[in-house]
Design a protein around this ligand. Structure first.
Ligand code: HDD
Length: 682
């Protein structure tokens, strides 16, 4: 047992404790427990002679090392995960019998893995891509996995096309370029020739695909699932995760630069915040639909390229998830966790969405190769916290020692156990949906409208969001070499919006569309990030100062920022201490060399009385870049005079004042506002 953890937070933590090993302070042994007297020199025939086969320690060490890697996930390879718990606000008994959704006093342990869909394990965190949002609830009835994304719709309608879309968006097969990007001919060729992707592409080209933080993105179960209550009555349900801090994004130029400056930007942030006790929180939301209303909509609820507008079917917030514990070991937990949309509990069931149906096959299959056999459920991170018994036996890496002779069903030798459980005893009974039809390889007519909701998304965007979408199409298609592919995409998106297709056609040198357009006028304000929650919490502010700053005032501002949840870091010319008036000293967190403007949400410019040319040059670049990324800027003292003379001072979202109280409260409001899109760039 490790010494590190004295208190086990919940049943999953308690279970994991059994597997934790603390090597610190121990003697080095082989895997067989033999203490070794030497670990730096292989066994040789003479000091300058050949290494001997007899050296079992050398062979064991190298062999284990040679086998350290496992295949990365075929999609969602790069991920970051954390532990936490989920608690409901009030019983959902009316809709579902799922036990973890009944009792508001119960905290269900969870493990959440955020991921990047396209990029490989070594990709940067901030590439343009959908993000995975997979949650494992360790319930007393078994594991329930909600395996979603941060985008509520998907590229394709039928899972048989999943290998095609993934081949198209992964790097091109001849030269494996581009990595972690879809700015390539094959991806856009797929899009133009598989027009069901239109709606998802709108989301991927939007700010949603470059989230500011894992804790500032929504999560969606995507498919329509079923809730089933104790009476056997079913409801259709869509799942949502709503971030407590709202949904916010980076600027594309910033996202690209972060990829170089700090490729671990997202994972570093969540890790550090959990370590300092600032826990990410998400509310679980459900959209519930009576079965009788299945055909009430202009779209098919089984089609995963469609969302349910929140204004038509409101999202009911039913509970809260808090992520409060980092993993002990990335490989053992984050890498080996195995999710599966088919891991359900009584009260949660499937629908005939053809994408979901395909997923129900694919996830176990992929774990067999990735985790090397059928016993991956026994890995500590994957084990349910409730007992599990069946007659499945053997296979690579089997951990349990199942005693007795009987490993089959039905039997009399073990009293026909393990026995099945009745519904009343908690046995899973599939919802008895009536199905009939001819065996047929075809797509329902009700799946054929690919553009209406893509237009709904476009209509719902604010002006800056629309500009970002046009820029994203222009960037991605601007890298496509094949002129025909570019033109096909222009003509396709003319069906979504003429304004959009014309704008990017001009930018990429294609022919603006001659026809097309859409009659859809509807909007869904919930789709725009403009309408999200705005809070200053967890925002990072770069405080730029040098010797001779006003000690009293700066200390006051820093205290207020901290009290409002804002994280301030001091940036100066060199590391060590900077000295202000009144004997106040501050420790420098970064120099202009070790950090960068793109890694901050806002900049507070104090400057100071020292006049170093290098400081002035580096600080000016830092501030100007933040200004062009529409970030809030604050300035007091010498910093204020500096910005005034620079012409930046008049910009929207630039807060300057001599009154420190007023300054801090306005600056905090500006930080909460996130970005000032209406700023004119000088
Ligand atoms: Fe998938 C992983 C989410 C469609 C096949 N998927 C994976 C993960 C997430 C999703 C979050 C990473 C889980 C983790 O962190 O380990 N996938 C989705 C969503 C989809 C979707 C929201 C559409 C609504 N996926 C989808 C289809 C198929 C797959 C249609 C195949 C028919 N997905 C896989 C997979 C992965 C996977 C190949 C790779 C690694 C893994 O499963 O464990 O089986």
């Amino acid at each position: 047992m490790s010494d590190k953890r004295k208190i086990n937070e919940n049943s999953k933590d308690e279970q994991l404790e059994f597997f934790r090993v603390d090597d610190q302070g121990k003697k080095l042994t082989t895997n067989q427990g033999l203490k070794m007297a030497e670990d730096e020199f292989s066994l040789k025939a003479g000091e300058r002679g050949p290494t001997l086969m007899e050296d079992f320690h050398f062979r064991e060490k190298l062999t284990h090392f040679d086998h350290e890697r496992i295949p990365e996930r075929v999609v969602h390879a790069r991920g970051f995960a954390a532990h936490g718990h989920f608690q409901i606000y009030e019983s959902m008994k009316k809709y579902t019998k799922a036990k973890f959704l009944q009792n508001p006093t119960v905290k269900t342990p969870v493990f959440v893995r955020f991921s990047i869909v396209n990029g490989s394990r070594g990709t940067a965190d901030t590439i343009r891509d959908a993000r995975g949002f997979a949650t494992k609830f360790y319930t007393e009835e078994g594991n329930y996995d909600l395996v979603g994304n941060n985008i509520p719709v998907f590229f394709i309608q039928d899972g048989i096309k999943f290998p095609d879309v993934v081949h198209a968006f992964k790097p091109e097969p001849d030269n494996e370029v581009p990595n972690g990007s879809t700015a390539q001919d094959t991806f856009w060729d797929f899009v133009a020739n598989n027009q069901e992707s239109a709606h998802m592409i709108m989301w991927i080209m939007s700010d949603r695909a470059i989230p500011r933080s894992f804790r500032m993105m929504e999560g969606f179960g995507v498919h329509t699932f079923r809730f089933v209550n104790e009476m056997g009555k079913a409801y259709f349900v869509k799942f949502h995760w709503k971030p407590a801090l709202g949904t916010h994004s980076l600027v594309w130029d910033e996202a690209q630069k972060i990829s170089g400056k700090d490729p671990d930007f997202h994972r570093r942030e969540i890790w550090e915040e959990i370590e300092r006790g600032v826990y990410p929180e998400f509310e679980l939301g459900v959209q519930i639909l009576d079965e009788e209303d299945e055909f009430k909509f202009e779209f098919d609820i089984l089609d995963s390229t469609k969302l349910w507008p929140e204004e038509d079917i409101p999202v009911k917030l039913i509970g809260k998830m808090t992520l409060n514990r980092n993993v002990d070991n990335f490989f053992a937990e984050t890498e080996q966790v195995a999710f599966h949309p088919g891991h359900v509990v009584p009260g949660i069931d499937f629908t005939n969405d053809p994408l979901l149906q395909a997923r129900l096959f694919s996830y176990t299959d992929t774990q067999l190769i990735r985790l090397g056999g059928p016993n991956f459920h026994e890995l500590p991170i994957n084990r349910p916290v409730c007992p599990f018994h069946n007659n499945q036996r053997d296979g690579y890496g089997r951990q349990t020692i199942n005693i007795g002779k009987v490993n089959y069903h039905r039997n009399s030798l073990a009293g026909n156990t393990p026995s099945t459980a009745s519904e009343q005893e908690g046995g899973y009974v599939h919802y008895q949906e009536k199905v009939e039809g001819k065996k047929i390889r075809a797509r329902s007519e009700s799946f054929k409208d690919h553009f209406s909701q893509a237009t709904l998304f476009w209509n719902s965007m604010s002006k800056p969001e629309k500009m970002h979408i046009i820029d994203a199409f222009s960037f991605e298609l601007g890298k496509v070499k094949n002129e025909s592919v570019k033109q096909q995409v222009v003509d396709m998106f003319a069906n979504v919006s003429l304004e959009l297709a014309t704008a990017f056609a001009i930018n990429i040198g294609a022919v603006p569309p001659k026809g097309g357009g859409s009659d859809i006028k509807k909007t869904s304000p919930a789709l725009s990030q403009e309408n999200t929650k705005k809070k200053p919490d967890t925002r990072k502010v770069a405080v730029i100062l040098t010797n001779g700053f006003n000690g009293h005032d700066v200390k006051l501002v820093l205290e207020k920022l901290k009290a409002n949840g804002v994280l301030a870091e001091i940036i100066s010319e060199r590391q060590g201490k900077v000295r202000g008036t009144g004997g106040i000293e501050l420790t420098v967190d970064h120099t202009f060399l070790t950090t960068d403007s793109v890694l901050f949400d806002a900049v507070y410019i104090v400057r100071g009385s020292s006049d170093s040319k290098k400081f002035n040059k580096d600080a000016a670049y830092f501030i100007y870049e933040a200004f062009t990324h529409y970030k809030p800027l604050g300035a007091t003292h010498e910093g204020k005079q500096w910005l005034e003379s620079d012409g930046i001072g008049d910009g929207v979202g630039v807060v300057m004042a001599d009154d420190m109280e007023w300054f801090t409260s306005e600056f905090i409001k500006a930080i909460a506002a996130h970005r000032f899109w209406n700023r004119k760039l000088v």
